[in-house]
Design a protein around this ligand. Structure first.
Ligand code: ACO
Length: 331
């Protein structure tokens, strides 16, 4: 299926927030039995940002959102909708999106959270496109915000070295020319949920002493299995999104992949026949910020001039669920 049509929605602007506190691999050596060399060679990560205790997922999303809105030249009253991806909501009820709405003063907006983990920003762009196409909204703020430091087990070396905190946001509006979302591919597989999950602390196993003792409210991941699924799924997503847009890797100016592991990024780029010079990488500086990884990378790439007006960008993601997605966007 080729989605050969003019785009319905476009990314007008982006913004990001990364907490200033840098935690290096060396610092983690004092917490768990790990070392800089293992982390660098197995993941590509050198350091990550960790938010202070009083900086929350909503604060980071609002900070990123304000920058995106300013660049788009819109005020908070001009937002019709706030869509927010997070695996680390500030609380279970109500949504973090509503907190962001309050922080921004976006009194005309509808706001809601959704949970598709690392694929969240790409799912959000697709939802924004659908709301715009259906006439529900004209201006949508898509936020992805993660305080991963609050859900990792700082005694588990197989996970705590991988993640970081941050947020990204994008203003999405109706497309008026050939710039915009040219194609989207999204898929999920709930049968593999237990390979990457937080077993306790939800309504199935409510938080109690046993959950705390077992530390089952923290992220658990079967790393090597997730690795294999991630490579397979991201390759499928990249290929399908390009085919649906009717483009090949030669047409793509920049690949912006989810930043979980440099080896996953390199494998995806190789399969998509994209030289690494055409791939944006910041996993070395931020680690895996789950759904915030792609919008932070996108925003940096725009700021550095690696994405120019007219650039064709392929984004591809994989995360817990499992969920995976890719899209081709003309900026
Ligand atoms: N420091 C030192 N040694 C370690 C560490 C560490 N931090 N962590 C694990 N090890 C050890 C293991 O115990 C193991 O030792 P053993 O051989 O004696 O048993 C050895 O290193 C190898 O461990 P593996 O897990 O096989 O290492 P691998 O090369 O697979 O790398 C990693 C692990 C980095 C987690 C990788 O599997 C990965 O990146 N997986 C995918 C992550 C991902 O994409 N997640 C999806 C998105 S995240 C989201 O949705 C929230």
């Amino acid at each position: 299926m080729i989605q050969s049509r003019l785009p319905r929605a476009r990314v007008v602007s982006t913004g990001r927030f990364n907490p200033p506190r840098i935690v290096t691999n060396h610092e983690l050596e004092s917490l768990v039995d790990t070392n800089d060399e293992w982390i660098r060679t197995r993941t590509g990560i050198r350091e990550r940002r960790i938010a202070d205790k009083d900086v929350h997922a909503a604060d980071m999303a609002a900070a990123a959102g304000r920058i995106a809105m300013e660049r788009a030249g819109i005020t908070a009253e001009g937002l019709d909708m706030i869509l927010l991806s997070t695996a680390t909501p500030d609380r279970l009820l109500p949504s973090t999106a509503c907190d962001v709405q309050a922080l921004l003063g976006a009194r005309n907006a509808a706001a809601y959270d959704y949970a598709t983990a690392c694929s969240g920003f790409l799912y959000g762009l697709s939802m924004a496109e659908a709301h715009i196409a259906s006439g529900q909204a004209e201006t949508v703020l898509v936020c992805a915000t993660e305080k991963m430091s609050s859900i990792v087990d700082w005694t588990d070396r197989t996970t705590c070295v991988l993640f970081g905190d941050g947020a990204g946001a994008a203003v999405v509006q109706k497309a008026t020319d050939e710039r915009g979302i040219m194609s989207t591919f999204m898929k999920s597989d709930g049968t593999l949920a237990e390979l990457l999950w937080r077993p306790g602390g939800g309504s199935r196993i409510p938080l109690d002493i046993a959950v705390l003792d077992e530390r089952s409210h923290y992220v658990k991941m079967a790393g090597p299995e997730v690795f294999k699924s991630a490579v397979r799924a991201m390759c499928e997503a990249a290929e399908t999104a390009m085919a649906r847009a009717g483009v090949t890797s030669d047409d793509i100016d920049l690949l912006v992949p989810h930043q979980a592991n440099i080896r996953i990024i390199e494998a995806t780029a190789k399969y998509a026949r994209m030289p690494m010079e055409k791939v944006y990488v910041n996993v070395d500086r931020f680690g895996n910020m789950s759904s915030a990884s792609i919008p932070v990378a996108l925003d940096e790439a725009c700021e550095l001039g690696r994405i120019q007006p007219g650039s064709l960008v392929l984004m591809v993601a994989f995360g817990a669920g499992f969920t995976w997605a890719a899209n081709v966007v003309r900026f």
